[in-house]
Design a binder for this molecule. Sequence first.
Ligand code: NAD
Length: 321
Amino acid sequence: MKKLGLGIIGLGGIAERLIPTFLKHLRTDLKGGFDVDVERMAKMKARFDMEMVTDVDALINDKDIDMIYLAVPPRHHHAIAIKTMRAGKHILCEKPLAATLKEAMEMYEVAVETQVVHAMNFPLYYGFPYHRIKQLLEANALGTLKRVELSALYPAWPRPWQQNYWIDSREDGGFVREVFTHFIQLIQSSFGPIENIQSLVEYPEDQSKSETGLIGVGELANGAKVLFNGVTDVNQLGNIKLTVLGSEGSVTLENWRKLVVKTGEQTFITAGELKPGKGGDATYDLIHAFYEAIDGKESSLVTFEDGLQATKVVEKLLGNY
Ligand SMILES: NC(=O)c1ccc[n+]([C@@H]2O[C@H](COP(=O)([O-])OP(=O)(O)OC[C@H]3O[C@@H](n4cnc5c(N)ncnc54)[C@H](O)[C@@H]3O)[C@@H](O)[C@H]2O)c1
């Protein structure tokens, strides 16, 4: 079984979380990493015993590297992803695809032009909630779709466990880009594009800081409305909830893992890991799907096209076009 050479650019919080799963996959040959923060590189080198380079181009152009996992802040996705794809390397890019719609569109165009495998880290798509929703829709167990609602409460933004320089910046941070993106991708992969978007965004006085509130509405193909409601700085437990309401049943996904399905007289509650997949989790399945696509096999990938569709909704909600 041929191994695939992996390079990682951006060795922050999410890369640290993903590397063990990459390493669990027998096809992964972790060739090296790069981060602009040299202290961070040293820490990650010690933790994972991986090679580091001091020049990002050296990593991208390394002939032993087949693919790049790009986990830098969103404002840097565009430049590095385009360089990677132009070097003929496959790419797994973090969400959101980019910090602006224009950048996302350019990235998608280069992905199509270079024909590399382009994938995005949207683990929800590989988890049991998405599969369950798909099953229910295929069985027409929810009836006619009436409403989709996404609502979130944040006692503080950024959240205590994700403190960095960009996460509350208006340029590429905020809960809409960081969190809503995941659910927008899930809604669109289940029900098609969200169109006719209108929104009210609340921003703090400091113009460099991200949104503190959002109320929005969009529409699905059958006319069902999608409601968006998020607010920060409230004295509540943090919560994110997606509800799909049909004429015959409903599904609620709460805090990523708790799924409540109501059909007829029955209510089922499931809670647990995203999915006990082949390797034990949704991220493993995502990585496996990425490798299968590189092998030229039929594969269930979330691509840059899906990332672009999600970015369209996110940036429209934020009033950026
Ligand atoms: N898919 C998910 O579930 C998920 C979860 C968290 C974060 N993310 C996404 O992952 C990305 C990174 O998030 P994070 O939480 O790890 O952020 P982070 O700030 O912890 O890490 C980013 C790293 O990139 C480095 N970096 C910055 N600019 C760089 C450059 N030009 N070249 C190389 N390295 C550079 C930083 O020094 C830092 O170490 C973001 O796009 C974020 O939205 C995705």
